[in-house]
Design a protein around this ligand. Sequence first.
Ligand SMILES: Cc1cc2nc3c(=O)[nH]c(=O)nc-3n(C[C@H](O)[C@H](O)[C@H](O)COP(=O)(O)O)c2cc1C
Length: 210
Amino acid sequence: MENRWLSFVPDEMEPRDAYRLMLSLIVPRPIAWVSTLSPDGAPNLAPYSFYTGVSGNPPVVLFSVSPRSARLGGGEKDTLRNVRATGEFVVNLVAEPLAEAMNQTSGEYPPGVDEFAQAGLTAAPSVDVRPPRVAEAPAALECRLHQLVPVEGSGSVMVLGRVVRYHVRADLHRESGLVDAAALRPVARLGGSEYAALGEVFSLERPKIG
Ligand SMILES: Cc1cc2nc3c(=O)[nH]c(=O)nc-3n(C[C@H](O)[C@H](O)[C@H](O)COP(=O)(O)O)c2cc1C
C-alpha cells in the first residue's frame, strides 16, 4: 500500500485556507450553544465549536470566540461582549432534532436580535445565572465566567466558565451517573458546512498498571 503524504505550512497559505484545513482536521467537535444576556437584558444565542472541558474539579469549560468577520466591521461578537459585561452564560447541548435551529442562530445578526425568537426556540429560566437556557435542549450547563484569555497574535479570546449547575433531561440520565450518549444524539461539527451524528458507541477499559 502506498503511503503518500501532503504537507501544508500555515504561514505559507491563505489564512482562510489554513483555517478551513484546521477545521476539517479537528473533528468531530462538540458544539457549545451559548446563551447570554446583554446588560440591558436582551437574550442572545449562538453556536461555538472551539469548545471543550478543561478542568474536572472545579468543572471548567472553554470556548473560543473569534472577531466578527472584517466584512461586518471585525468587532466583538455579541456572546463575548455579553459574557464580558455580565460574567454569565449557559452552554446548551445540540441534539440532532435541533441542528437546523442551531444553524439559524449562527447568523451574524445585529446586537439586540433575539436568536431564540429567530429560531423558534423557548427560553427557560436558569436557576443560578440570569441568561436563560434553551428549553428544547436535552442538557445545559449554567456557567459563571472564570477567566478570559486572549490568544496572543490573534483576535480570538478564550472564555473559561465554571459550571455551577447541570440540567439533564431525566430520561437521559443513567443510574451510573452518566448521560446516555446514544439517546442524547449530540450533533458534532466537521469541516466546511458538514456535521456528524454519533456513530457506534463502544467501551474500552483503561489498562491497570501495577
Ligand atoms: C456549528 C458552528 C460552530 C461555530 N463555532 C464558532 C467558534 O468556535 N468560534 C467563533 O468565534 N464562531 C463560531 N461560529 C460562528 C458564530 O456562531 C457566529 O459568528 C455567530 O453569529 C456569533 O453570534 P454572536 O455575535 O451572537 O455571539 C460557529 C458557527 C457554527 C454554525
